[in-house]
Design a protein around this ligand. Structure first.
Ligand code: HEM
Length: 485
């Protein structure tokens, strides 16, 4: 009897091993799969060698001479898509519109796949549409939101004035301002200072600890029982709790009618009265979480890179200052100035190419078996989109490794409407916060450049090599802001 049990166990183990190491028919090429680990060890080795998961994957794809790379992280088959034609397909075709139903994603959504970022199907469509309608009222040139951004810019300038001629890092003030704008749109108020610092630290730790594929926690969810700290489980739990507290407190205030009435939470609570099925408090909480997570560090990181670049390049800094001074003088910057501040706009576009904030977009889930470059991506496979590679593709860009704002200006001196740029993705899952982010980045950057010259602290030139985790961030640096008046 005992012998028979052992024999059956061995058979089951052999079948399991064969199944886990066998690739589906015509699966995209990539490294070998091993039991339990898949190709994780190799992917990790390459990520370490080349400095980030994005660069590591890009090198693996080159080794296999493919633009559709097949890997397996833990037990999850993943396809990484490269090249403009392929990434365009993923961004725009309906079959790529899903989001994976993984442990990490459920954890990020407070237990169930909800909200916008990680929902799909009708829930995603209905709630994305509702949120986009509200974001439309606050984007480009919309006076109410522009006034809020200008107010936030004044707070940043005040902070800088209080620290002028001293070395300091702009990180904290930029991140604080972005969260305040996002929370103003969402909840009609600012987040309390003591909560904000804690929240910012958690968001930073999260983006450095995880990759777009979710990391260890996604590959082996059981790891949380043995390594709750190292796997990032404690971090995500802490962050969920902290953000939930902030959101719950605000929902309570709205219910008691003690907040202004034009914000997102107010509109959502109104909608809940009419549409009880999907408009629930749980869903509202996860959408608020989506907005804070997707919108905060992405936006402030662009500004940090922009200030770092002008700090490193005096010629570019003076060119931008002169353009601003000769065009709008000391006037308050506004989105309507973008058509006249051509070099400044070109510079900000080049920042978003050269320091692609989301070098690997997604994750997506194939809603059907899909053919790409002669391979088959099986239904339900997770798909990652290598936007960073398109932004550095020598077939698309002249000297892509060179920082050159001029590539965005045509021979007549006008801004070029450049294709091949995907900082906000494309298609039906394109970033719904792009107009808010672009307005904020432009107004705050022009406001700072108008009033301050930025110099190195103690003559030390900070490195521009980014830290690439879930998103790209500048290495911590300090600068001196010298008043121009
Ligand atoms: C410079 C700043 C930003 C960058 C670079 C950025 C980038 C992106 C990218 C590339 C995507 C597409 C992911 C995909 O195709 O699967 C995305 C989606 C998203 N972004 Fe942004 N984003 C920024 C700012 C914001 C802001 C300010 C908000 C909120 C107001 C926001 C909210 C979202 C949401 C909710 C999604 C998910 C959309 C969906 O799945 O339908 N983002 N973002």
């Amino acid at each position: 009897m005992c012998l028979l049990t052992c024999f059956l166990l061995v058979i089951v183990a052999v079948v399991y091993v064969i199944q886990t190491v066998t690739k589906p028919k015509n699966f995209p090429p990539g490294p070998k799969w091993y039991p339990i680990f898949g190709s994780s060890a190799f992917v990790q080795k390459m990520a370490k060698k080349y400095g980030s998961q994005w660069k590591g994957l890009s090198h693996i794809a080159k080794e296999y001479s493919t633009k559709v790379l097949g890997i397996k992280l833990g037990s999850e088959p993943i396809v990484v898509v490269f090249g403009e034609n392929n990434i365009r397909r993923v961004f725009t075709e309906k079959e790529f519109e899903g989001r994976p139903d993984s442990f990490f994603i459920k954890l990020r959504c407070l237990g169930k796949r909800m909200g916008i970022t990680f929902a799909d199907g009708t829930l995603w469509r209905e709630h994305r549409q509702f949120t986009v309608k509200h974001l439309k009222n606050v984007g480009f040139g919309k006076t109410a939101m522009e006034a809020e951004i200008q107010n936030e810019m004044q707070s940043i300038l005040k902070y800088i004035s209080e620290h002028k001629n001293k070395s300091f890092s702009p990180k904290h003030i930029l991140a604080t301002s972005v969260i305040n704008i996002l929370w103003k749109f969402t909840a009609g108020e600012r987040i309390k200072e003591e909560r904000l610092k804690f929240l910012l630290d958690l968001l930073k730790a999260r983006s450095e600890a995880f990759s777009m594929a979710g990391g260890w926690l996604n590959q082996w969810p059981w790891i949380r029982f043995f390594m709750p700290q190292r796997s990032g489980f404690t971090l995500i739990k802490k962050m969920n709790q902290q953000i939930s507290d902030i959101i719950e407190e605000s929902i309570m205030k709205h219910k008691q009618n003690i907040t202004a009435r034009r914000d997102f939470i107010y509109s959502f609570l109104e909608e809940m009265k009419e549409n009880k099925e999907t408009f629930t408090e749980e869903q509202l909480k996860v959408i608020c979480l989506d907005i804070l997570i997707a919108g905060s560090q992405t936006t402030s990181n662009v500004l940090e890179f922009a200030l770092l670049k002008v700090l490193r390049d005096k010629n570019i800094q003076e060119k931008i200052y002169n353009e601003i001074f000769n065009t709008i003088g000391h006037n308050m910057p506004s989105w309507t100035d973008t058509s006249r501040l051509v070099y400044t706009m070109a510079f900000l576009s080049e920042i978003q190419r050269y320091f692609t904030i989301v070098p690997i977009a997604g994750p997506r889930r194939a809603l059907d078996n899909i053919h790409m470059d002669g391979y088959v991506i099986p239904k339900d496979t997770t798909i990652l989109i290598s936007v960073g590679d398109v932004h550095f593709d020598p077939n698309v860009w002249e000297e892509p490794e060179k920082f050159m704002p001029e590539r965005f200006i045509d021979s007549k001196g006008n801004l070029k409407n450049v294709e091949h740029m995907y900082p906000f993705g494309s298609g039906r899952r394109r970033c719904p916060g792009d107009s808010l982010a672009k307005s904020f980045i432009f107004i705050v950057f022009v406001g700072i450049m108008q009033r301050f010259r930025i110099e190195c602290s103690n003559g030390v030139l900070p490195s521009e090599k980014p830290i690439i985790g879930l998103i790209s961030s500048a290495r911590p640096y300090t600068a001196e802001f010298i008043s121009r008046q």
